[in-house]
Structures are given as C-alpha cells and as structure tokens.
Write a protein of this length. Structure first.
Length: 167
C-alpha cells in the first residue's frame, strides 16, 4: 500500500533537474543561480568555477538568454517538420498528376466529339541534334557462348535454328 501512496505523491518542482547534464554544467548552473540569488558575488563564483571574471559574465549571459528562450510560449498542436512538409508536397504532387491526367482525358474526349484530329505525335527520342542514331543490333552473347562450349566439348556443330539466327 505504501508503494501506491508514494507513486501518487506529487514530484518536487526540481525533481530530475540536471539529468543528462555533465558535472561541470551542473556546477556552473549552481554557481550562476547562487549569483542571481545574491548568495555569492560574481568574483567569488568565478573563483569557485576556476574561470576568469569575463568568462563568468559570458556564461551568465548565455544562461539568461536560455531562460528567456525557455519562457517563450510554445505553439500548440502538431509541429511542421521537414518530413511532414515533404509528405504534404508529395500528396499535392500526386493530386496534381491525377488532375492533369483527368484534364488530358477530357481534352481527348472533347476533340473526338468535335471531330478534331489528334495532334501529331512528338518526334522520336532517337534523334539528337538532327542526327539519327542507328538502331542497336541485339546481341545474344550468352547463346554464342553456349554454342562455343558445345562445339568445344562435343566436337559437333550445334543444331537448331537458334545458332543460325544469332550469327
């Protein structure tokens, strides 16, 4: 029963303070708070930390700026991250592609209804700078290798129409 009562108790306002911070960071924070509370002078705190007085003032300035940033109101709701923005853009892109395909289909139907001829097809991609590329001649290297292996092992020329077509 005691365990249940202890778990229901409120945690202190500074419970878990400094978890994950280094010992040096905790020591500096304690010295800064002592100066802000008026328990020590900045010179005494700098000596206790083993830093110069200008360095202590730099630490104090950084701490006060961090306090100010922590006091800024937080935005409510889901935060926009780069991943969520990318996902939204991808959804929008897919929607726009569907809309484009729909509009193209409507244009084709309208052209057929009116009786307009379809626009001429785009030129083939094989032309580059006005020069035509020669078509690639398919090569069946594996079939040639099989034929050579068979002729070397058997000493008999390969039979079948595939050997004549490949050459």
């Amino acid at each position: 029963m005691k365990e249940v009562v202890q778990s229901r108790r409120r945690r202190g306002p500074f419970q878990g303070l400094g978890q994950g911070a280094s010992a040096q960071a905790r020591q500096q924070a304690a010295a800064l708070l002592e100066v802000l509370a008026g328990l020590r002078t900045p010179t005494q705190a700098a000596e206790a930390l083993g830093v110069s007085l200008p360095r202590f003032y730099i630490l104090e300035n950084r701490a006060v700026q961090a306090i100010l940033l922590a006091c800024e109101p937080r935005t409510l709701g889901r935060q926009v991250t780069s991943e969520s923005a990318l996902a939204a853009l991808r959804r929008e892109c897919e929607q726009l592609r569907r809309d484009c395909a729909r509009q193209q289909a409507l244009v084709r139907v309208t052209q057929r209804t009116i009786g307009l001829a379809a626009p001429p097809p785009a030129p083939a991609k094989s032309e580059k700078n006005g020069k035509k590329r020669r078509s690639r001649r398919p090569k069946a290297r594996a079939l040639r290798a099989i034929d050579r292996l068979k002729t070397e092992t058997d000493g008999v020329p390969p039979a079948g129409p595939a050997a004549d077509e490949v050459k």
